[in-house]
Design a protein around this ligand. Sequence first.
Ligand code: TXA
Ligand code: MG
Length: 333
Amino acid sequence: MTDASEHAFSTEVQEADAPGALGQAAELLAQGQLVALPTETVYGLAADARSPEAVARIFEAKGRPAGNPLIVHIDSVEMAEGCVAAWPRAAAQLAGAFWPGPLSLVLPKADSIPDIVTAGGKTVAVRCPAHPVFSAVLAKCGFPLAAPSANRSNRVSPTRAEHVVDQLGGRIPLVLDGGACDIGIESTVLDLTGDTPTLLRPGMILLGQLQAVLGQVATAKPPAAAEPLKSPGQLQQHYSPRAKLILVEGNLDVVLGQADVMVHVIARTAAPPAWASERWHRLPDSAGDFARELYDTLHRCDRLGAETILVQPLPDGDEWAALRDRLNRAAEV
Ligand code: TXA
Ligand code: MG
């Protein structure tokens, strides 16, 4: 991919509640252009999901491999049903329990969804986001919006408008700024096309919550190298900051003894007395609060020039599963 597109736009950042901002976003989208919009999970890079030309711009702006399918965002079950070829009972139950919210459902795709959205596959992921700005834009558009996270491919997802500008500035016409995202990590992705519902990507809708609605839920095995990827987000190296991220096993203090000035630390405990405070990022002890701040912290480490980020081990338990997943993927393998 050439970088000719890099300075094609002077990217405008609009407060989402500024007069006319939502209308401007909807108009650009109706013209087949891209707009970055806040969702409750992370910022998304939206395009008209019905238009192959518009969706192609997403892949170009992100530098995203054509083999990685996009999530289609809808604002009602009715709109979801227009994107899928089947709406099984499990989908209805889950939509009733968790929509609007951070759960994407993989279902057989309808003909109305172009192949480029699904990377040529016969299934499509649909999600109803719980964010007033995204919902308002969907309502104005009246058509579904394909939207991956609004970062360059393989980088950390944006949870603030400034993270989007850092990565996609000059490549897209408009970012709507709706403040910091509430959830902070990407949605749970659940495949409903097989015999048993299968978790493809953990998120803050937890495995246990899905099991409470559906009974049995399988977790996807990490794919063997030769197997086709069921969800390309499962690729080991993904969601990485620029800095080298290391998950510390065992005692953090031992590792700290050897650390130099380009080393930053993400921990749930206080910094040791001698440690420079701007290189110690203390995150909250609850999984939900940790998730809300994690990506902002990773972006901040990059901006501060961190070369290495040491991360204290996370607790066990279902509510930390998605965070362990994201940090494992961000870590050097
Ligand atoms: O929270 C989110 O899901 C955010 C916001 C913007 O909604 N979006 C997001 O999109 O994280 P993206 O493209 O960064 O991640 C989508 C994930 C990828 O791992 C992709 O492979 C998987 O969903 N996916 C999409 N369509 C799929 C399909 N038909 N079958 C299996 N996996 C799919
Ligand atoms: Mg992404």
